[in-house]
Write a protein that binds this ligand. Structure first.
Ligand SMILES: [Zn+2]
Length: 110
């Protein structure tokens, strides 16, 4: 993740805080957004959108039938609030993960 797959320069050379995530034969590759073609940018946006839809479907399911088990599943799949706020799992919603974190505390203590 530290080297751009398109230009081979360090990821930190980008003006953006995040790399584009591109599907590759062996998983996901990371590239500077500046180095991506329009097609690659669209592909990255598309998978980002799909990710978010899945995430919010899980959130809706959690809201409809909240349990500590479901919260644990969401945290394992998408990261905990701490991970999100520290920039690990950077594509996750900070606000949603904070709400889930707080919900867990409320449910755990009741
Ligand atoms: Zn690059």
């Amino acid at each position: 993740m530290s080297i751009c797959e398109n230009c081979r320069n360090p990821m930190s050379n980008s003006q953006y805080l995040l790399p584009a995530e591109l599907k590759a034969a062996n998983g996901i590759k990371f590239a500077h957004m500046e180095c991506c073609s329009a097609e690659e940018l669209k592909q990255s946006l598309f998978s980002q959108a799909q990710h978010q839809i899945r995430f919010y479907q899980d959130v809706i399911e959690l809201v409809n039938n909240a349990s500590l088990d479901k919260i644990k599943n969401i945290e394992m799949k998408y990261g905990t609030y701490d991970e999100v706020s520290q920039g690990i799992h950077t594509d996750r919603e900070l606000m949603a993960s904070a709400l889930i974190f707080e919900l867990k505390k409320k449910m755990g203590s009741s």
